[in-house]
Design a protein around this ligand. Structure first.
Ligand code: HEM
Length: 226
């Protein structure tokens, strides 16, 4: 009988863990986008929401540590599977058969890398305040951390806007393929739901990217102001 550790190290076991960790990260990205959309309701709403999250340190740190573990697991397994696939097929095909594979599925490693680079930049920028020290946390008139002011200040800069839009491209391509493929890996295939599962990836990718791009462009175009 296969030992659990052998199963975990097998390609199938790795893919199941990658699918589950990836879906966990997708749920975070959806809630993060929904929370950030409060920028359209003004400083009171966004800063109040950020303060509400910070006021529950145990929950906040549990979520952060959980998120970090999911991301680390997902990335390590992705690298391992990619290396294993390369080792299994060391000579590249001379004629590539792309008819079955979509553009998004062929570029999962590249879009994942763009997403990772975006995330590192994003955390250094808006969470740590390292990229733009003038963006570090100030307090608003109600004594809350002025997350609204920080975000509005950030997206007035065309370089920051360009980098965030590039990140959204990576995010969109990755989600487009990843969600449907994860559901398939987990064996969620049923004649009645197959079309729904196939549409889930592109639909989630579209909604999340449109939500994020709306925030970035509304600020850049002066529709949302400080
Ligand atoms: C337009 C798009 C986005 C905006 C406006 C945005 C905004 C923010 C802000 C303001 C913070 C800091 C919150 C605070 O200081 O309390 C933050 C943190 C964070 N963001 Fe984003 N974000 C965006 C996209 C993303 C994406 C696409 C991801 C994931 C791929 C992401 C992952 C994170 C993570 C992991 C944190 C750290 C959370 C924490 O400190 O607990 N963000 N984001």
């Amino acid at each position: 009988m296969a030992r659990p550790s052998n199963h975990f190290q097998s390609s199938v076991g790795s893919k199941v863990v990658m699918a589950l960790s990836g879906l966990g990260l997708v749920i975070y990205v959806i809630f993060h986008m929904l929370g950030n959309l409060q920028v359209f309701e003004g400083a009171h709403a966004l800063n109040g929401y950020a303060a509400f999250l910070r006021d529950m340190p145990i929950l906040l740190w549990t979520a952060r540590i959980g998120l970090l573990n999911l991301a680390a697991l997902h990335i390590i397994l992705a690298i391992r599977l990619t290396l294993r696939n390369h080792r299994a097929r060391p000579v590249a095909y001379t004629v590539r058969e792309y008819r079955q594979a979509s553009f998004a599925s062929r570029t999962m490693a590249a879009s994942g890398l763009v997403l990772l680079l975006f995330l590192i930049f994003h955390l250094l920028h808006l969470t740590a305040g390292v990229i733009d020290p003038s963006s570090v946390d100030r307090l608003d008139t109600e004594g809350h951390r002025d997350v609204y002011g920080k975000v509005v200040h950030a997206f007035q800069n065309p370089f920051i806007v360009a980098l965030y839009l590039a990140g959204q491209l990576g995010l969109g391509l990755h989600l487009n393929h990843a969600v449907t493929s994860s559901l398939q890996t987990l064996g969620l295939e049923h004649a009645a739901f197959n079309r729904l599962f196939k549409a889930a990836g592109p639909a989630i990718a579209l909604v999340v990217v449109l939500g994020n791009v709306a925030i970035i462009l509304a600020i850049f175009l002066g529709i949302v102001r400080g």
